[in-house]
Write a protein that binds this ligand. Sequence first.
Ligand code: ADP
Length: 441
Amino acid sequence: MPPQYRDRHHHYRDTFYGKPEKRSIDDGRVLVALRRDGKNLAVNISLSPMKVLGKLYILTTLYIADRHHQAEEALVISEERLRLAKQAAGLGVFEFDPKRKIIHWDERMRELWGAESDKSVTYKKFMAVIHADDLESRQAAIDYAVDPAGSGEYITEYRVTNPIDGVERWIATVGRMHFEDGHATRLVGVVRDVTEQKTHEKKLQEQRTESETLFTQQVAARTASAIAHELNQPLAAISAYSEVALHALQTDTADPVKLKRALEGCVEQAQRAGRSLHELLAFLQKGDLITESLDLNDIVKEALAIARSSGFGGFNPKLQLEQNMPAALGNRIQVQKVLVNLLRNAVEAMRGAGTAASAITVTVQTNAGAKMAHVTVQDNGPGLDPETTKRVFEPFFTTKTRGIGMGLAISRALIEANGGLLWLEPNTMGATFHFTLPLAP
Ligand code: ADP
């Protein structure tokens, strides 16, 4: 008892003993108790008198009333903090019932969607202002979120045209689906206007693409002249030897010794040319190859992100990723580069033929027998004719007006440097490229 209540408390206690009656905890009365640290504590109290073997016992239950108070206060404070954070970040909050297609949203959402606050929002209104080109990727994100086998995560970006001011904005949204009995029941999430960031990114991307093209062209030109330089001399020699041989055969005086020497010269020069090219490649690829354990499922996702950020995005490939895929061994950057090259080729082929670029499938699986990881990139484009099929891996072979024809040659060299193989599956609908990598020990 705090000192100031002690006298009164004695009095109350004596009165209670005179007529002990049960008093329940929820009669609303709050008693003040003294804590060991000297602070007062508000408590609710219940008293239950009972007689045991002629003796009076009082069972007393104390319930700390302040805790309740504190929790309520903490809730108000945290709600206030949340509100401030939301305001500072310009976040809009929404709740969506995927089954009944009902949406609840806050003022900021209404502002972004150009909805009047006194009118109710319908799902139709919500969808009507989303850019047609972004509906497919948004639907894919929803499909992913409602899948009870997944994490329930909902992440997507799309454009929204505000019907009031007519302004198009990029909206980034993040949410989480809630499930009941394995059914998606409620999606709670936030949206943010990321238009400025997007515009900035696009500008940067344009600059990057421009300088990359310039760089690739320079590299290609330099590589071409280096190769020409290496081949010029042996080719000239082979040509001269061949002429000697031809001449010897045309005249009746064909001297087998001379003929043999000329042909040997051809062989030797051809081999020398091959060696020079090898050395040149070794020089171009110099530096130790740093390999690490790779989660190919992750690398596929990273490559997609790179593809999107390097200007040929806007496609949603189907991913068939093996669950619990064992780690592969390779150089992360190089494997990413190969995937990006294959995706770029697939997208370019399909765009060129006017096919929807969503029909690309990337498969990751283990080839347990061979102890290799196996990745397949398949598209539904026009595919390759027999002549192209023969030559796709040749350096500088291209059928594109602005192509350089180094993509597949470099990709194959990179995969082979990582201990794997890269090949084109013959006679498929569209194009199907495969590559393998060794599994990590
Ligand atoms: P580039 O893309 O610069 O032409 P690549 O080595 O990447 O160089 O490809 C060489 C050629 O192979 C392309 O020009 C194209 O004709 C063909 N090719 C590559 N991938 C595909 C594909 N997925 N579908 C159809 N043709 C393809």
